[in-house]
Design a protein. Sequence first.
Length: 235
Amino acid sequence: MTAARDAKAGRVAKAAGRYEPYAYFQLMEVSLRELLVEKGIVTDDAIAGAMAAMRARGPERGAAMVARAWLDPAYKARMLANGSMAAEELGFEVPGLRLIVIENTPDTHNVIVCTLCSCYPRMLLGLPPEWYKSRPYRSRVVREPRKVLAEFGLKVPTKVAIRVHDSNADMRYMVLPRRPAGTEGWSEAQLAGLVTRDCLIGVADPALPKPRRRAQAARPRKPAKRANTRKPRKS
Ligand code: FE
């Protein structure tokens, strides 16, 4: 049965106990997918495998690129010139897309969005968080980025400019954050461990792990309950 007939028959949300026709883009997606499978261009298994790999992916690939760039200025230059090629250099495919890496500097902070829908460098960061796809983020970050970033807990000083980069179907952005002070001599793996998804979107900066609070460390341990050492009364 075709997607159109399926939607017409009201089977889309039958499991949920109510009729909900496909939205326009859902119908487009299902129609195209069924057509590709029918013509033998892809298989259902291949699509399911690709979806599973995407869901399992985190921001490790993007973090690995950032760590390499922090340690290797030549790689960083190549990454800023051509993000897609720099990703592929580390074995990460960026099929059919132009990846643009934008560098945070002492003067400029960058943040990414897709104002139209949810374009995101999934091949490097995995699936986007829900808030990235939400209308409030998409509409507000372009109008009042400083305020939105502050709501994420990132206070960008007023002397630092904020640039918002709008992704689209052909081009994706990724932020190259600044390397935190105090990481001199760190290994590539250690540095990559500091780079979170939010740093690569631009709504956070990499931070060193917080040291245990001094007060907490100095607080004496609660003494264990004393055993009853009183001698039994003589009767
Ligand atoms: Fe989009």
